[in-house]
Write a protein that binds this ligand. Structure first.
Ligand code: SAM
Length: 459
């Protein structure tokens, strides 16, 4: 149960008038839970259980209503990503196309990034950034679990990126840090950070981030801004400021549909009552299936002149032995994988497949570059966990489907003994509910466990 500050109640009574009682009453209801299915995974059916029948959520083609359990097979395999229904509108408004260059500027823990990747189908460049390194690490783990192959995960300030990537992206998403009013039901503790000045303070930071973001959108490209707050200072007023400050951006209308779930933005909550602000979108908890959200999409006008960013000149530099070890691994372990070998990158002992259209950057902390394929150990190649989550089972020669008891053993890091099996000595993709969850090596009647130590858990 949320206890709202009186000044919050007064503010929204003023702003909402006769809609205020329903709005304020909605804080007594349970927060809505949701998740998305991952179209990058080969096997799309959820494991039997209550979620298998989960009803569709309204704002994403992959959205469902219901709560995901963190230790379930479908979560571990990345088939599901927990995201409350309203937050799913954001990715749908961005709707990147396969092959585009897309930036998610404030991305941790990765709800929007994983949604954007669902649209991109592994093609193009998805640059996903989080300013705080510890949060960027979580983002990187979620990118890995989702099986995203075309992402760069970085930890930089918006200004650092803007300096090196001017006019570069087809779409830039700023899912801004905000006062979080829309999440009070989900996280009642967030109320304690709120005070009447907080929205205005947040808006200053939002404008700073947007001032960097605008620089990275190519002419004709899109800038999407979202918050999970009701505060006009952080929503319509930021967009109003943006179009006044950067006249080459105009508000692009978000389709609202006819079911009344998505409302127009409120021009009357800004000084000049710019009617274009009605083209932005608001989700109110008293009207729809989810928490409070605001989304705006802006289009940058076409221009003849724009900056050019040089492509990365990464070339795979490996020894003859490393090349041979990789080729042996491919021949013995994989089936029909045909990667563009021009995109292979070797850094230290790690081999990666860089995303297409990778730009040249300097001094930016990059946590993940495309798909991490694996590492060269003495005289052999060892596949990375990320590869297990990105490959479809039919791309691997040897697979082993775990039963429930073996799933518990595997995620705990145990060796699995097999009495009767056709497996040959070598790498095996371990499956839970039809999707890869990690590697094992079959030797002498045993599956040796390669589930990463940091991810292990007991059931
Ligand atoms: N997009 C994420 C998702 O869907 O999972 C949620 C992002 S959250 C609303 C906003 C993010 O902005 C946080 O991860 C926060 O650490 C980050 N952030 C905070 N201050 C920032 C700043 N000054 N510049 C850029 N990002 C910032």
């Amino acid at each position: 149960m949320v206890t709202l500050p009186q000044s919050f109640i007064d503010k929204y009574q003023d702003l909402l008038g006769d809609q205020a009682p329903a709005f304020l009453a909605s804080f007594n209801d349970q927060a809505e839970r949701g998740f998305r299915l991952n179209p990058l995974k080969a096997q799309q059916k959820l494991a039997a259980g209550d979620l298998a029948q989960a009803p569709k959520a309204p704002y994403s083609q992959w959205g469902r209503l219901g709560g995901v359990k963190g230790h379930s097979a479908d979560h571990v395999s990345g088939l599901v990503y927990s995201q409350e229904p309203s937050a799913q509108l954001v990715g749908t408004v961005v709707a990147p196309k396969p092959g585009e260059k897309v930036l998610d500027l404030a991305a941790a823990p990765g709800g929007k990034t994983t949604h954007l990747a669902s649209f991109m189908q592994g093609r193009g460049l998805l640059w996903t950034n989080e300013i705080f390194p510890n949060r960027a690490k979580i983002l990187s783990e979620n990118v890995e679990r989702f099986g995203i192959t075309n992402a760069v995960v970085s930890s930089a300030t918006p200004d650092q990126l803007a300096e090196q990537l001017p006019d570069f992206f087809d779409r830039v998403l700023v899912d801004a840090p905000c006062s979080g009013e829309g999440m009070f039901r989900k996280d009642p503790d967030a109320v304690q950070y709120w005070n009447p000045d907080y929205p205005l303070e947040c808006s200053l930071r939002q404008k700073e981030i947007m001032a960097a973001a605008v620089k990275m959108v190519r002419p004709g490209g899109y800038l999407i801004y979202s918050t999970c707050t009701f505060a006009p200072e952080e929503d319509e007023q930021v967009i109003d400021w943006l179009v006044k400050t950067y006249p080459d951006f105009e508000i692009d209308a978000i389709q609202k549909g006819t079911d009344g779930l998505i409302s127009n933005g409120r021009p009357e909550w800004t000084a000049d009552n710019n009617s274009d602000l009605a083209k932005t979108a608001r989700l109110w908890p008293q009207q729809g299936a989810g928490e409070g959200h605001f989304v705006a999409r802006l289009k940058r006008r076409e221009e003849e002149q724009s900056a050019t960013v040089k492509p990365a000149q990464e070339k795979v530099q490996w020894t003859a032995q490393e090349k041979a070890d990789w080729q042996t691994f491919v021949e013995e372990t994989l089936t029909d994988v045909s990667w563009d070998t021009k995109r292979l990158v070797c850094q230290g002992d790690r081999l990666m497949l860089a995303p297409a259209e990778l730009p040249a950057t300097k001094h930016i902390k990059i946590l993940r570059l495309g798909l991490v394929l694996g590492r060269f150990k003495k005289g052999r190649f060892e596949p990375d966990h990320a590869l297990a989550l990105a490959l479809h089972p039919d791309q691997v020669q040897q697979r082993f489907a775990l039963n429930a008891a073996q799933f518990a053993q595997y995620v705990h890091g145990d060796v699995i003994n097999l009495s009767d099996t056709k497996l040959k000595k070598g790498w095996v993709l371990v499956l839970a509910n039809g999707n890869g969850i990690g590697w094992a090596k079959y030797v002498n009647g045993q599956l040796k466990n390669f589930y990463p130590k940091g991810l292990r858990f007991g059931l």
